[in-house]
Design a protein around this ligand. Structure first.
Ligand code: GLV
Ligand code: MN
Ligand code: MN
Length: 430
């Protein structure tokens, strides 16, 4: 029987506020991009809290942080929990951070209640879940899962053309990339606490969501090379305006998703860089980044094919050179059934209602699920708003999520052998 975890609600809210202070934009807008000053300051702040909790710390060559509460069976694979603390430009203060500080608070709550872990419990703080700097999401967890190899990591360049090698060394991370991938069986289970980032829990007035599957994300980079020139002097029939081509492509992206036959298909052109970006100059070069997702992989892939065909057609008609690069095209993840069972059991123990649901946003758990049985726990966020400064989750919802997370970590820590938590993946519930 696990004693009631003693969650310190005031402390976790104070820490979330303090963490929000490490930002390139003033509160409530949070901008914390991989290896920038606020990111490095936030790391120091988080590591200090982990040390205060008596956890042993390790960092890999990318800056993924591991903070371990050693159990009575330290040789058994550990139970992992955690999330990310980077934030896209002008984001809010709860995305990722609730799972980082919440994971730490779950450990502290178990410590306060006198719980003694059998398997070690480890907080994993991921580097760069957001794609802002290198264009690819879940950089840290992809590498941990071996999905991004050391060779491909070495080819990555950021928005300013700087290599990952260059910027990680500058940030003080010099460890070998070959040692980032986690060894087989490192974790027995992984659980990530996160805000829902959608409206369902709030609308249905359900306090917790248990995630059975994560939608399949993909992103493309489209570069269009037209012909620039003087906005007054070049006559309309002679133009090859790269931005006009981009406009048609962007509308195509929207239309292909809308017409996929399912409300579950979403597509967004969230990045558009125009050269030379001057009012009296015809745009000669445009770079677009397109994000396409679906819970159904084949439908997502059909949209991607249509977008690529659309680019070809528009550019051929407008006599514009183009290239399309697939940045990532990931399968969906299904949650591990034993982790789901532990979450469901913990909701029962806590007397909290829950809903089985899919995650439409991606998370580091998408990649953790490739190497260990994984599931996520969602708490409601106001209006379903996320990736915006007005993102908000209530202290009560955060504390409730941490309480159930703590119970779940305790259960999984006491699970005897690895076979007990490895099982066939559960089917998604929509
Ligand atoms: C993660 O932030 C996502 O874009 O789903
Ligand atoms: Mn995010
Ligand atoms: Mn997130």
């Amino acid at each position: 029987m696990i004693a009631r975890p003693l969650v310190d609600q005031e402390r976790i809210i104070r820490e979330l506020e303090e963490l929000a202070g490490f930002s390139d934009t003033p509160k409530p807008a949070i901008t914390r991009i991989m290896y920038t000053k606020p990111d490095l300051e936030a790391r120091a702040y988080l590591k200090n809290l982990c040390m205060e909790a008596g956890l042993s710390l390790r960092e890999d060559g990318l800056g993924n942080i591991f903070a371990r509460w050693e159990g009575s069976a330290p040789d058994l694979s550990a139970v992992g929990t955690g999330s990310h603390f980077d934030a896209i430009p002008y984001a809010g203060m709860y995305d990722g951070t609730v799972g980082v500080l919440g994971g730490l608070e779950a450990i502290r709550a178990l410590q306060r209640s006198g719980f003694k872990p059998h398997r070690s419990i480890e907080l994993l703080i991921f580097t760069a879940e957001e794609p802002t700097r290198f264009g690819i999401g879940c950089l840290g967890s992809r590498a941990l899962a071996g999905v991004l190899t050391p060779e491909s990591l070495r080819t990555l360049k950021d928005n300013e053309g700087r290599t990952l090698e260059e910027v990680r060394w500058e940030a003080g991370y010099m460890g070998r990339l070959e040692e980032v991938q986690l060894p087989e069986g490192y974790y027995s289970a992984f659980v990530e606490l996160h805000i829902e980032q959608g409206p369902v829990l709030e609308q249905e007035q359900v306090p917790l969501g248990i995630v059975t599957a994560i939608a399949a994300p993909a992103s493309l980079r489209v570069v269009l090379e037209g012909a620039g020139g003087h906005a007054g002097a070049v006559l309309m029939p002679d133009r090859h305006d790269a931005l006009c081509a981009a406009a048609e492509i962007i509308l195509g992206v929207e239309a292909f998703a809308k017409n996929s036959g399912s409300i579950n298909t979403v597509a967004t052109t969230g990045f558009c860089e125009v050269h030379p970006n001057a009012v009296n100059s015809i745009p000669s070069r445009v770079r677009l980044e397109v994000d396409v997702r679906d819970v159904e992989q084949s439908r997502r892939d059909q949209v991607i094919r249509s977008v690529i065909q659309g680019v070809e057609q528009v550019c051929t008609r407008r006599e514009i050179k183009y290239s399309v690069e697939i940045i990532n095209i990931d399968p969906p993840a299904k949650s591990g059934s034993e982790v789901l069972k532990a979450l469901v059991g913990s909701c029962g123990d806590a007397g909290v209602r829950f809903k089985l649901m899919v995650s439409r946003a991606y998370h580091d758990s998408l990649f953790m699920a490739r190497i260990t049985p994984t599931a996520m726990l969602f708490i409601p966020c106001r209006g379903g708003v996320s990736h915006r400064p007005d993102e908000y989750a209530s202290p009560e919802d955060i504390a409730r999520g941490i309480y159930v997370l703590a119970l779940t970590l305790a259960k999984l820590s006491l699970a005897e052998d690895k076979a007990a938590v490895r099982d066939e993946p559960a089917m998604p519930t929509d």
